[in-house]
Design a protein around this ligand. Sequence first.
Ligand SMILES: [Zn+2]
Length: 582
Amino acid sequence: MRWQDHLFEKLVNNYRKSLRGLPGNNLPGLRRITTHRSLISCLLICCIIAMLWPGTSLAVTAKDKYFKAEACYKKLRNSSKKQKYRDNWLLCIEKFQAVYRHAPSGPWAAAGLYMSGSLYWELYKRSFKKSDKKEALDIFERIIKRFPKSKYRHYAARATGSFSQTETKKVESKKARYAKKKPSTVKSQIKKNVKSAASKVTTVTGLRFWSNPSYTRIVIDADRETSYSHRFLKKDPLINKPQRLYIDLNNSRLGRDIKKVIPINDNLLRNARAGQFTTDSVRVVIDIKSSKTYKIFSLKSPFRIVIDVWGRAAKETLATESTLKTAEKKTKITTSALAKQLALGVGRIVIDPGHGGKDFGAPGYFRGVHEKDIVLKIAKRLAKKIRENLQCEVILTRNSDRYLTLEERTAIANTKNADLFISIHTNAARDRRAYGIETYFLNLATDDEAILVAARENATSTKNISDLQTILNDLMQNAKINESSRLAAYVQESLYKRMKKKYSRIKNKGVKQAPFYVLLGAQMPAILIEVSFISNARECKRLADSKYQDQLCEAITTGVRKYIKETSPTAFLKRSHTTLVE
Ligand SMILES: [Zn+2]
């Protein structure tokens, strides 16, 4: 099958060869012609000749490769959704570079290379990654050197020019911000800056971590925001050093009470240690035994740096862990462990009641009603229902009125190897008439309202959300976006259907996406449900009512059930069988 497809593609491409000229000279209506199957027999002959003729075949393929890359880019350009994912950019870049690699001195090489550079530049504008910028610049320089006569040389030179202009502006603004580093600055300004610098030293106040054999999250706490850099060092047997990752916080001091070494000692990491590296920088070093990948991002108010490290053999360690757990709690060989062993898909669900403790969440329409209390009640009910009806193990991130950081909530879900993560919140709006139900999954926000909700739930400003959007690009690779959006759809649909049957004036605000800290770095499908508006009189009253809460939980459970069933159609058949065995 695949071979035939390949052949047909080859035929079409060879036909294109005869129709197409140089890069950019696209012929309108080509697609219509190429799909005309009656041409196949005629093309087959051309094709065979082309394949047998090495010279022709080479040229044809480079050109074909260029058109393929161009098609890839066209798709990307036309889809703002696709543009959000780094992988899609890299895919097109790779295709353009393949054109160059295929025949580095051929007529298509410069074009391919130039396009790959341009795409890196486009990517940089979204990712803000220095490495992307560097790639673009390197590529343009290569074109200038390698293809002195090509028109792409001029394009590359122009691109590099505008590039360095932007760069200069950036550097200048940076310099302006950090004027204290510039010796030629006016004296008074130096004084002022020295003063402000002295008062603006960041104190590193703590190291925290959560860990299981395949995943560790470390958080560096600080009392104010500061810039930081990180580096991964390979194992160095010469000096008997393991792999390590270090993070340097600039303009920082080590707090007095900080525990300087925290022993982690799981399968992944040995320990993490913090030290005053230079007089004005703090270095945190993480000694790594084995790791597959890691991600670093920072959160605001209060400022902290989150480091997620994933292990090499996540599946193996997971199996070991569940075996250990089974041995530990013999009475609890429950469905969860068995469900996992039978590969039923979902065995363990983490339910996360939002806020808690000093964080009250959104204030209710009526005095004394707070989001943190309502969502805790709902989460407890939901846990009970899911345990009873879906035979899943349920873990609550909190089951009392206590404060939990947002990063801790996902860390719990990740370290417990949960299969689903459900965060429960109540919505709020300035306009007290606003009401309805909506379910979110992690992604870039697509509308202003979603940004507002994310800002409120993240306890940050809408401005910070745009910062968050940029780090998301990187974190997306581990997020289960599709799964999460599917889960969100089932839950939202079920909520709307059920609540509409039982209550009047239920509004379906639909499934939405936004960057929520609490969903960041979650390794399983994760959603955040805004069950109703606590700021609306009618919904606030309902939220406080146990019957309404019960209906909400019933509906969420149905949604989750549908999701599990769709993911693994035999899940509940096997599960009831499991119960019999027990
Ligand atoms: Zn909330």
